[in-house]
Design a protein around this ligand. Structure first.
Ligand code: CA
Ligand code: CA
Length: 245
């Protein structure tokens, strides 16, 4: 029984010290050039778009990487292609894809001039961004038929940086979409797609858009539930064992 109690104590202590240990799969940070970052080397897809570092953007203290598609001929995105193991992880485990960015032009028509997408080799969840005249962001998600989902407006959100998050629970299923920590669209089914990757930038030659990306991060977020259940089970066993003595 002492061994079980010791194990339970160790697991509980570990959980307290490591709540939800995450595994980062892809990362862009600040004004780093995406083609030469520490964690992830992003590949460039496209051309004829102005890109470059931005420091202390609007005096916010935030650094970013600018992707300014201002032509009807150019398009450029940064892509990270998942390994087979990472693709399987995205299909089976819980993950979050986070993008902290601002739409620069006001207003900016809502189209694929600013496009962010994530796929798990089976489904693709794609969002496009624009802005209203007063700077509030505009967001469009594509459904399983590649039609635009109306997720409402973001009045009073204002110009500047916002955190957009794609969150999926373990075991597959739909994605929930968050803006600044608030769940704004639930049970999002993406469209069928067989390549595993995440990408951000301009996804259209015809469309235009300018965005500054402070953060792009894809991470596996282990759900602590299974470990908690194990700890609880061990705790129960130790209690039963104690009663028997
Ligand atoms: Ca374009
Ligand atoms: Ca646009």
């Amino acid at each position: 029984m002492k061994k079980i109690l010791f194990l339970t104590t160790c697991i509980t202590a570990f959980l307290c010290a490591n709540p939800g240990r995450a595994q980062v799969i892809a990362l862009h940070e600040g004004a780093n050039d995406p083609t030469s970052e520490d964690v992830t080397t992003w590949s460039v897809d496209g051309s004829d778009v102005t890109v470059g570092p931005v420091t202390d953007d609007l005096g916010t203290g935030l650094d970013a990487w600018m992707i300014n598609d201002d032509s009807n001929t150019g398009e450029l995105s940064y892509l990270y292609f998942l390994s087979p193991e990472e693709t399987t992880s995205l299909q089976e485990e819980a993950w979050t894809f986070s993008v902290h960015m601002r739409v620069v032009n006001v207003p900016d028509s809502l189209d694929s001039g600013i496009s962010v997408r994530i796929t798990d080799g089976q489904e693709r969840w794609q969002a496009s961004f624009g802005s209203e005249a007063d700077g509030d962001p505009r967001v469009a998600l594509l459904d399983e038929n590649m039609s635009t989902i109306d997720i409402g407006t973001f009045d009073d959100y204002g110009p500047g940086y916002h955190l957009y998050e794609w969150k999926r629970a373990a075991g597959g299923g739909p994605v929930d979409f968050y803006v600044d920590g608030e769940e704004v669209y639930s049970d999002w089914t993406g469209f069928e797609y067989t390549l595993g990757y995440c990408g951000w930038g301009s996804g259209s030659r015809a469309a235009t858009g300018n965005a500054n990306y402070n953060l792009v991060k894809l991470e596996i977020v282990p759900e602590p539930a299974s470990v908690v259940l194990l700890a609880m089970g061990l705790l129960c066993m130790s209690c039963v064992s104690r009663r028997k003595q």
